[in-house]
Design a protein around this ligand. Structure first.
Ligand SMILES: CC(C)(COP(=O)(O)OP(=O)(O)OC[C@H]1O[C@@H](n2cnc3c(N)ncnc32)[C@H](O)[C@@H]1OP(=O)(O)O)[C@@H](O)C(=O)NCCC(=O)NCCS
Length: 111
């Protein structure tokens, strides 16, 4: 079993909200559209970035060539985030996200 964790400051992502080029470089289309449906877009973008880093940490011993842009999350209809690696659902990993006004956190567990 492997675990990964990440925390991010929301303010870092506020400046990227209007930077389409940056967003499309880092985030999957679904991550961008999900975040823009929400009132606090920067918070949800930050949470998705934290998820990528936490998943990367959890998978780093297994997959040395993984880039954080290979990792994305898509929420189920119940709201639970699910991990995709290179656009394929990665079933053996779980990720959990949480946000406050200033910070977001993500924990990933590979089993
Ligand atoms: C889902 C819930 C736990 C989120 O908690 P929260 O404190 O509002 O918000 P947090 O910032 O900690 O977490 C938000 C993240 O939870 C995750 N989440 C949402 N629904 C989820 C679910 N069904 N399963 C797992 N994770 C979920 C999402 O990743 C979300 O972030 P995202 O929208 O950026 O993807 C909460 O909204 C909820 O519905 N609780 C159950 C209802 C309940 O029992 N309420 C108590 C009434 S007294």
């Amino acid at each position: 079993m492997n675990i990964g964790v990440d925390i991010e400051e929301v303010k870092r992502f506020k400046k990227y909200v209007n930077n389409k080029k940056y967003l499309e470089h880092i985030f999957a289309k679904e991550e961008i559209s999900y975040s823009f449906l929400k009132k606090n877009t920067a918070q949800h973008l930050a949470a998705r970035f934290a998820a990528k880093e936490a998943v990367w940490k959890a998978l780093s011993t297994k997959n040395k060539n993984l880039s954080i842009t290979d990792i994305s999350v898509k929420n189920t209809k119940e709201g639970k985030p699910q991990v995709y690696v290179k656009n394929k659902k990665y079933k053996k990993i779980d990720v959990s996200l949480s946000h406050t006004e200033k910070y977001v956190a993500a924990v990933a567990l590979v089993f």
